[in-house]
Design a binder for this molecule. Structure first.
Ligand code: FEO
Length: 174
């Protein structure tokens, strides 16, 4: 049985994963109406789906442990972006915030001696390492490219390769 404290903290994480899914869906929709960003569009549609899976895993876990997973209200995320660089900066900022939240949750579980939830969360710890590393790589590449159209063309063309490489080297699933 989950303690009230852990249940509330897990439900907060549910809301954060839902917000991530919404944020990346908005990035996908923005990219889709820009000329020539098919790769970035696919990347964020997929990223949005993954975040929904992260949310679902938490919901199933909370309920399995005798708690009640609360489906959160949806807030509108940022829907417009000044540039492709801004999109990826926001992506990295978001992933760093999620990592911090997961780390706090892990610390809380240790404090409460909830070793089952601590164990369950290890998947998220690994996932965040991979996602943050991928977001940093993509930001570094965009910094190199700057405003060069040829570079952006190649970045868009290769973005799914970067993602697949990250999936293959780590435990990013789905
Ligand atoms: Fe599930 Fe990337 O946060």
């Amino acid at each position: 049985m989950l303690s009230q404290t852990i249940q509330e903290a897990l439900n907060k994480q549910v809301a954060m994963e839902a917000a991530s899914s919404q944020a990346y869906l908005a990035m996908a929709s923005w990219a889709e109406i820009q000329p020539g960003l098919d790769g970035v569009t696919n990347f964020f549609y997929q990223q949005s789906d993954e975040e929904r899976i992260h949310m679902l895993k938490l919901i199933r876990y909370i309920n399995e442990r005798g708690g009640f997973a609360v489906v959160p209200a949806l807030e509108q995320p940022n829907i417009t972006f000044q540039s492709l660089q801004r999109v990826f900066e926001e992506f990295l900022k978001h992933e760093i915030a999620v990592s911090e939240s997961i780390n706090e949750l892990v610390g809380l579980c240790l404090g409460e001696r909830d070793f089952s939830t601590h164990n369950f969360l290890q998947w998220y710890v690994t996932e965040q390492l991979e996602e943050e590393a991928l977001a940093r790589t993509l930001n570094d590449k965009l910094e190199l490219v700057g405003d060069d159209k040829g570079g952006i063309y190649l970045f868009d063309k290769d973005i799914m390769l970067f993602r697949n490489a990250a999936n293959a080297s780590g435990n990013m699933t789905t």
